[in-house]
Design a protein around this ligand. Sequence first.
Ligand code: MG
Ligand code: MG
Length: 248
Amino acid sequence: MIVVKSSAELERMRCSGRMVAEVLQLLREKIAPGVTTLELDRFAENKCKKWKAKPAFKGYGGFPYTICASPNDRVVHGFPNSEPLLDGDIISIDFGLIYDGFFGDSAVTIAVGEVDPKTRKLLDVTRQSLEDGIAAALVGARLSDISQAVQVCAEAHGYGVVREFVGHGIGRALHEDPQIPNYGTAGNGPQLKPGMTLAIEPMINAGTPAVKVLEDGWTAVTLDGGMSAHFEHTIAVTEGGPEILTKL
Ligand code: MG
Ligand code: MG
């Protein structure tokens, strides 16, 4: 069942969304060659403590950290660690929190120092595929309109759309109905209504779509060893069009 939020609930989700966006912005400013993802994790956790918010991922299904940190060929759900980031790396940071009863969830992939033009393009196209997906989240549209918009954008550049992980409804729970695949044919699935809140999150590989999960049981990597990018926003479907909640 898809939970439609009242305007008072949407206001609370705007608040948690802004908090998520602020943490991600602060993390973005810290990212540079030599920084470790464990430092970023501690920073994000401390921010949550200071704001009396709860990290969304820590303890979720046993996930041990506040952020997911997935460099280069890591797709999603990577563990922060003490290896310094290197010039030319890309790093996907996924972060969520719950505040005042509502979750926000967002992810960005960031270039560390100077990345090569091919990798830069992967980031640009993945961000664009998220924007295209969001633009399709209109009142009266179907859920798979979002999926198709993401897929068309990514595949137009020859990239692989990851199938194993999907976006999701979000609100009082981190993962609510519906699941939102990043591939599909428009015109299918539930009709979008004002007050639906969705986390749209394309995971796009430079090469083939195939992924595998490492022995830690969490970290997903590309099977072909190519780069992977991940962008995510929590949005609300409104009469005035899609509203991004995880923004400053
Ligand atoms: Mg996320
Ligand atoms: Mg998510």
